[in-house]
Design a protein around this ligand. Structure first.
Ligand code: HEC
Ligand code: HEC
Length: 401
């Protein structure tokens, strides 16, 4: 497939993004150094630096930060949310950044120039907003995916194969609550399966180390450290021994603010300022799952689902700002097998999926030692080799890198 073959490579240097469970494509192309890219855009500053100059928290908009971002729909986003929207555009259309931005993925990228595809995309972005406003009371019912379905030009006629083969397996993002089902009961069973509330509460910090393996070897193998402190601090650091030039990528959240550093990424180092912040917080909180019931007030139970030969209880919760989280619990083990986190964007929800496997016992509590991440830019597996619990971790570890 076009997208994976081209973009996964382009994104290989950052194929680790979602270890933090949240941001995607912010790190876009593996081209050049952040500084070079900054100059190419005529702006060498990160959003955070620009914001610091402006004398406040990072409130700089994409319209201010980038040179040629003009759509009313996207220009007021934070730069990181804007790049998230770019990832969605590319994936929804089965395109690669370079199809609209000449040279993306190389040092010669020109993000600013208006290509015919960019012009069409601008029109489409506004069209989608209008469709939703005039037909769906402003609710985001139609997105690029609704028509494009991974093609640059939408198909107009049903393929006869589709009529006679297996039915479309696409699901609604939103889970419809099944009356009489209790999310709390499913979460209680999960907590018990992990080792029980008391043992979980006994873990107040941990350091996990291991290696990251890119899908089919793409992106290389890296080493990661995860530092976590209850109830909601988490930092992930990844480096590549064989490629020191890639530098160290860091995702940090200290309970209040989040920072992302990807040395070769489009945005370099930045404070997470947009809707992604809810996702970062949720991810950090999930490092201490004993508190899971309190994370959302609107947990609801959906229809049971079968994936492969296993059955799953499905629950969903979210925040008013648009974070949506769907959890799949294996009905045999009661353990969490899949987590889909959707962050919102004006042009559609951006999903990230983590599959948890190989649960092992660490001092009476079960941790998943194999976590597989899928998001818009790629897939990647974290293989944990050791977890040390209740170790002292300097608070600075969770702050600005
Ligand atoms: C279908 C076309 C399309 C694709 C694919 C696409 N973009 Fe864009 N890009 C746009 C449009 C349109 C704008 C201007 C948006 C606006 O005016 O609000 C833009 C603007 C940008 C800008 C701002 C440049 C500047 O300084 O003005 C950056 C950076 C960017 N895109 C990055 C990316 C990345 C990274 C990808 C791949 C993940 C990507 N784009 C994929 C259409 C596209
Ligand atoms: C209501 C259906 C619909 C929706 C929703 C939609 N599009 Fe389109 N789009 C089309 C159609 C139809 C074409 C082909 C038009 C043509 O060939 O003249 C197209 C073409 C395009 C093209 C040009 C592709 C090419 O290579 O010729 C781009 C870029 C594009 N759309 C971007 C988007 C983006 C981005 C979104 C979401 C913000 C979006 N579209 C949402 C129907 C849609």
């Amino acid at each position: 497939m076009k997208f994976w073959s081209k973009v996964t490579l382009a994104f290989a240097s950052v194929a680790l993004l979602s270890l933090s469970g949240v941001r995607l494509s912010g790190q876009a192309p593996a081209q050049g150094k952040a500084a070079t890219q900054g100059k190419a855009q005529g702006k060498a500053e990160t959003p955070a630096k620009a914001a610091a100059k402006a004398g406040g928290p990072a409130k700089v908009t994409a319209g201010e930060f980038f040179k040629n971002v003009t759509t009313p729909t996207l220009k007021d986003l934070t730069p990181d949310d804007f790049i998230l929207a770019m990832g969605l555009v590319a994936d929804n259309l089965g395109l690669d950044c370079a199809d609209c931005h000449p040279g993306a993925g190389s040092d010669k990228v020109d993000w600013v120039i208006d290509t015919p595809q960019k012009k069409t995309a601008r029109k489409m972005i506004e069209m989608v907003g209008t469709i939703n406003k005039t037909n769906f009371a402003g609710v985001q019912m139609v997105t690029c995916w609704t028509c494009h379905h991974g093609r640059d030009r939408p198909a107009t006629t049903i393929a006869l194969d589709a009529v006679y083969s297996t039915p479309n397996s696409e699901r609604d993002d939103l889970v419809t609550a099944v009356p009489g089902q209790s999310a709390a009961a499913i979460l209680d069973k999960y907590i018990a399966a992990l080792g029980g509330a008391q043992r979980l509460a006994g873990i107040t910090s941990f350091i996990a180390t291991g290696k990251s393996v890119g899908y089919e070897g793409l992106g290389g193998t890296g080493e990661f450290n995860i530092y976590a402190k209850s109830p909601n601090m988490k930092t992930t650091e990844i480096s590549f021994k064989d490629h020191p030039d890639r530098g160290k990528s860091i995702w940090a959240f200290n309970g209040r603010t989040g920072w992302i550093t990807t040395p070769r990424g489009l945005l370099g180092e930045y404070e997470v300022t947009g809707t992604g912040l809810d996702g970062v917080r949720f991810d950090a909180q999930m490092a201490f799952p004993g508190q899971i019931k309190t994370l959302f007030t609107n947990w609801r139970v959906g229809q049971m689902e079968t994936l492969g030969d296993r059955d799953f209880n499905v629950i969903q919760g979210g925040t008013a700002r648009g974070l949506l989280v769907t959890l799949y619990f294996d009905t045999k083990t009661n353990l969490l097998s899949r987590m889909i986190v959707y962050t919102s964007s004006p042009i559609g929800r951006a999903p990230q999926q983590v599959d948890f496997d190989d649960y092992r016992d660490v001092g009476g509590v079960k941790f998943p030692f194999k976590d597989t991440f899928l998001w818009l830019d790629g897939r990647w597996t974290a293989e944990i080799s050791s977890i040390k619990t209740n170790v002292a971790i300097d608070a600075a570890k969770f702050g600005k890198p």
